[in-house]
Design a protein around this ligand. Structure first.
Ligand SMILES: Cc1cc2nc3c(=O)[nH]c(=O)nc-3n(C[C@H](O)[C@H](O)[C@H](O)COP(=O)(O)OP(=O)(O)OC[C@H]3O[C@@H](n4cnc5c(N)ncnc54)[C@H](O)[C@@H]3O)c2cc1C
Length: 655
């Protein structure tokens, strides 16, 4: 099967577009039922390299569990060694091994893959055909008429001069950025989305990153080449993704307003990369074999699946941003929903009942994906303002990874996204998490400004630190997807946030090790931070007093006499705290002993896991968040500049 002449006149499901989204959806539906007739219509004759090569754990799970492709993936593509970020000086003058680094030490336990897209798609066509799915290549969908409850959709197809018309009970638009279904209804818009461009290409013969640096540098991490390696500068990042065929995908993603001229032409792209020392080292002797660029990446939609039995998936539906490789996760989420409803509808013997099910459940399905997009955007938006600052970005990446494992990926692996009762019951939690992310983002934006103004923004980049972030998820990574651990997950998730917020304060107020100190973790708790979301230098005294009071309380357990401990800004650097005995009844030796104990309490560090439980506080906070928080403008720099503009206009008016 492969030519337009061989196409039948009627199918249960017609999928327009045989890319990642369309071909995996066809396979997923087939795995749900052998009886469904499926046609995939692909406009191109063969597949080329495409962006969308790095996957993360949720997509890895989708490929392995929903699609049964684990054996295929390990044999034909590369396992991914997590995400890796290198931090440079502002003039990009460091060699690779001099840069500070955030990345895994070795391949993480939950599989994810680096996909050679041309190979994946060509192989999926073959696998689908073997499974009785009709896949036609070189055939383009030209127009469509969406049917009604009793009438199928009609679709006109063409291959050169040859045309045909077919009908389908279900139609799924997977036509990528062409968005074929807009011929019926325009769904997408560019509001409240990142305004980012991208330029990328595949290179042959790049240098082996694992042969660079000295022995000490090489031994810090195993198989760096398997990671998605990132370099960054103000408002942009560059990816290096290895592909199984020997090519390496390299691309830039950037905030458009940070560039005078976008490097979206082949030459400007190469020049841009070559000005970056460590990148130039990796690309020495390499050859660019293809190149592509897009001026605006993101768009959103409120719906992807409709009760009159059509849907969109992948690029045809919506796209957020390549940071965190969320495109594949969204396809997993779209396709799980679409295949669920197609299979349920086709199986139903009572058409009225089937329609009722679609009418009732699809609005929730659409809301699920909309909130997923917003939630992911909140995490993505937090990173861009600090993307080239190792001091803030590295802990933030660790936080985002752990939060992803605890929340989104866990829920996905548990099947919670398809369980509408569960999903609706937990709405307030998502509102709470969104509120926390928005608070954190404000702090990050503000802190980046403070660090820049005080010349501290890049100070850790050239330190050559190595941080893996694994401490944050080692406690639960093997439990991901287990049912019945909701309270425990909330507790960890909220503690992570508190720790991250403390890290930002640590950088902002320049108080070394603030977040790691046991006494800080015991004294500055979630309610404190929620009361002071705009935490700044004016709150320093409050902070020191609170920590001093807690340390005094801990020290009081060691003596019956009253003692008072004072923590000052200097204490963060000297590890010294002052101990006094207001009643004066302690001997000099006793006081010295207590001072020693106070110093040891002050120096004691512990992981975030040991903070007291925050669950009741968070639940109350989450329940107080309005539903509308899920529709928030996510990138708050846009809000700030709008507020700034409004206030400037007012001044002008007043003048
Ligand atoms: C710069 C960038 C980097 C990215 N990086 C990642 C990443 O690292 N990880 C990740 O998970 N995601 C990433 N993504 C997202 C990822 O690329 C997409 O989610 C994915 O490629 C979408 O696949 P798709 O099948 O929807 O679209 P496509 O792969 O574009 O497939 C659409 C298919 O439809 C066909 N078609 C179009 N019109 C018609 C028609 N009228 N009739 C018949 N066929 C038609 C096309 O020929 C094409 O084959 C990235 C996106 C961008 C922009």
């Amino acid at each position: 099967m492969g030519a337009i002449e061989e196409i039948q006149q009627e199918y249960d499901v017609v999928i327009i577009g045989g890319g990642w989204a369309g071909l995996t959806l066809a396979r997923q539906i087939r795995r749900g039922s052998q009886a469904v007739s499926i046609l995939v219509v692909e406009a191109s004759e063969s597949f080329r390299g495409k962006v969308g090569e790095a996957t993360v754990e949720m997509t890895g799970h989708y490929f392995m569990k929903q699609l049964g492709l684990v054996n295929y993936l390990y044999r034909n593509h590369l396992p991914k060694n997590g995400l890796r970020f290198f931090y440079d000086t502002p003039d990009h003058s460091l060699s690779l091994a001099e840069m500070s680094e955030h990345g895994t030490t070795s391949i993480p336990p939950h599989p994810a893959f680096q996909l050679d897209r041309a190979r994946l798609e060509a192989d999926l066509v073959e696998m689908n055909r073997e499974d009785g799915i009709e896949v036609v290549m070189g055939v383009k969908a030209k127009s469509l008429k969406i049917g009604s409850a009793d009438h199928h959709h009609t679709i006109q197809l063409s291959a050169g001069e040859r045309n045909t018309e077919i009908s389908a009970r279900w139609l799924v638009d997977c036509s990528g950025r062409n968005r074929f279904a807009k011929k019926h209804k325009k769904l997408t818009r560019q509001e409240n989305v990142p305004e980012h461009f991208s330029a990328w290409g595949r290179f042959k013969n790049i240098q082996d990153i694992d042969a660079m640096g000295d022995e000490a540098w090489r031994s810090r991490a195993f198989g760096r080449f398997l990671s998605t390696n990132h370099f960054s500068g103000e408002g942009y990042w560059v990816w290096f993704i290895p592909l199984s065929g020997g090519y390496t995908s390299v691309g830039i993603v950037g905030e458009k307003d940070k560039f005078e001229k976008l490097p979206t032409k082949r030459d400007s792209f190469l020049n841009f990369l070559m000005e970056y020392r460590a990148i130039a080292e990796l690309l020495e002797g390499a050859e660019l074999v293809d190149f592509e660029a897009w001026g605006q990446l993101a768009y959103r939609a409120d719906e992807f699946i409709f009760p009159d039995r059509w849907a969109t998936s992948g690029f045809a539906s919506m796209f957020l941003d390549p940071l965190f490789s969320g495109g594949g996760d969204m396809i997993a989420l779209f396709n799980d929903h679409i295949s669920k409803y197609i299979l349920a509808d086709l199986k139903a013997s009572d058409r009225a009942c089937a329609q009722q099910m679609l009418d009732q459940q699809l609005p929730v399905a659409n809301q699920t994906v909309k909130e997923f997009y917003q939630g992911l955007y909140a995490h993505v938006a937090n990173v861009y303002p600090v993307i080239d600052c190792g001091e803030l970005c590295s802990p933030l990446l660790a936080y985002n990874t752990a939060a992803y494992f605890l929340e989104i990926a866990w829920d996905y692996m548990s099947g919670n996204y398809l369980n509408q009762d569960y999903w609706l019951r937990k709405s307030y939690l998502r509102r709470g998490y969104m509120a926390l992310e928005l608070i954190l983002q404000k702090q990050l934006i503000d802190t980046a400004e403070v660090l820049k103004s005080e010349g501290r923004y890049f100070r850790r980049n050239a330190e050559g630190f190595f941080e893996s972030g694994a401490d944050h998820y080692k406690y639960f990574v093997y439990l991901m997807g287990t049912a019945g651990k909701d309270g425990w997950r909330i507790d960890l998730r909220v503690k992570l946030w508190v720790e991250m917020f403390l890290k930002v304060i640590e950088a902002k107020l320049d108080l070394p090790m603030l977040a790691n100190r046991m006494v800080v973790q015991q004294s500055i708790l979630l309610p404190d931070l929620l009361e002071k979301p705009n935490f700044n230098s004016e709150d320093k005294d409050w902070l020191l007093n609170k920590i001093s009071a807690k340390l005094s309380e801990l020290l009081s357990d060691e003596t019956e006499s009253p003692v008072q401990v004072t923590v000052t800004e200097d204490s963060f650097r000297t590890d010294l705290v002052e101990v006094i005995n207001p009643s004066g009844d302690l001997t000099h030796t006793e006081l010295e002993k207590l001072a020693k104990k106070a110093k040891s309490l002050w120096s004691q560090t512990q992981e975030y896991i040991a903070m007291p439980s925050m669950v009741p506080v968070f639940l109350a906070f989450a329940r107080n968040q309005p539903d509308s928080i899920m529709d928030s403008v996510i990138d708050q720099r846009k809000l700030q500049s709008r507020e700034h503009q409004v206030s400037e206009n007012r001044v002008v008016e007043a003048v």
